[in-house]
Design a protein around this ligand. Structure first.
Ligand code: SAM
Length: 276
């Protein structure tokens, strides 16, 4: 079965079972300490996110975040003074994101919607935004094209679109195919979906070449201004799940400039910035 045939409820159930990054802290879920630790771990492991999001730039601006998960980026947009509309399919993720916004006293700046982004305009009032932001989401929905079509309605000339989708020509894909797939390149889409996230068995995970990522946006009337590849997860997983950060030996000894060059060519995150 192709990803386009997957039912949206399967996607919702998967993310409700284990919201993204929910185990980034061992503190009780919902406490300030928990949320502080989740954020620290996320931006430690993925330091390119604040650079890509440019949180301070959106102060006093309207931001539409599609697929907010448990709200790490949501609170950072809000903290920097943005007015944020955050949407997610997973009710459990939204509950935690709502709690999080409350813990930091940012309720007045954020409104949440439980919605399928493929039918966004059925749930979220159509109005123009300054920034539409979606990090690691569109590749998990059965019909990414439908999301782009919907997003177009939330733009005005000059709206910025920032989207991260997974990059196919990446170290991570090679690692999945060689370790989990024992070299079965012909099963690549299924292998990637099965192993792309912390919890195995993601029902939908598309991965794009740079050209395909660009075309996805341009087909829907966005002009891509910047396209960057970033992020290789360098840590040993048995240590990482115990909250220790020990790099794989081959990355440990690699000069940092070489590692950064590798990330920029074969990173897992294809970060696209476009304009409406
Ligand atoms: C990998 S997580 C990323 C969460 C967040 N952006 C982050 O970086 O922490 C993917 C999120 O996309 C959401 N998602 C997947 N398909 C969606 C859809 N069609 N509409 C809305 N949200 C969706 C999932 O529920 C999940 O919370």
């Amino acid at each position: 079965m192709g990803f386009a045939e997957v039912q949206i409820d399967q996607v919702k159930d998967y993310w409700d079972r284990r919201p993204c990054n929910i185990r980034h802290s061992t503190q009780p879920v919902g406490t300030k300490q928990y949320f502080d630790e989740v954020e620290a771990r996320k931006y430690f492991v993925e330091p390119h996110i604040p650079t890509f999001a440019e949180f301070p730039r959106w102060s006093e601006k309207k931001v539409l975040e599609v697929g907010c998960g448990i709200g790490t980026d949501t609170v950072n947009f809000a903290r920097h003074g943005a007015l944020v509309t955050s949407v997610d399919l997973s009710v459990r993720s939204l509950e935690i994101a709502r709690q999080r916004v409350g813990v930091y006293g940012l309720e007045k700046q954020v409104r949440f919607y439980s919605a399928n982004a493929e039918e966004l305009s059925c749930y979220v009032p159509v109005e123009p935004y300054d920034l539409i932001y979606s990090f690691g989401v569109i590749h998990h929905t059965p019909h990414p094209e439908s999301v782009l079509r919907e997003l177009r309605q939330y733009t005005r000339p000059g709206t910025t679109l920032k989207i991260m989708v997974y990059h196919r020509m990446s170290w991570k894909v090679l690692w999945i195919v060689m370790t989990e797939g024992k070299g079965k390149f012909w099963s690549l889409p299924d292998l990637v979906a099965k192993n792309s996230e912390a919890q195995t068995g993601c029902p939908v995970t598309y991965a794009y070449s740079r050209r395909e990522g660009r075309d996805l946006l341009e087909r829907h009337g966005f002009r891509v201004r910047d396209s960057k590849v970033d992020h290789i997860f360098a840590y040993r997983i048995p240590d990482y799940v115990q909250y220790r950060y020990v790099k794989e030996s081959y990355f440990r000894w690699m000069p940092s400039e070489v590692f950064r060059a590798l990330e920029r060519c074969f990173g897992w995150h294809l970060c696209l910035t476009a304009e409406a």
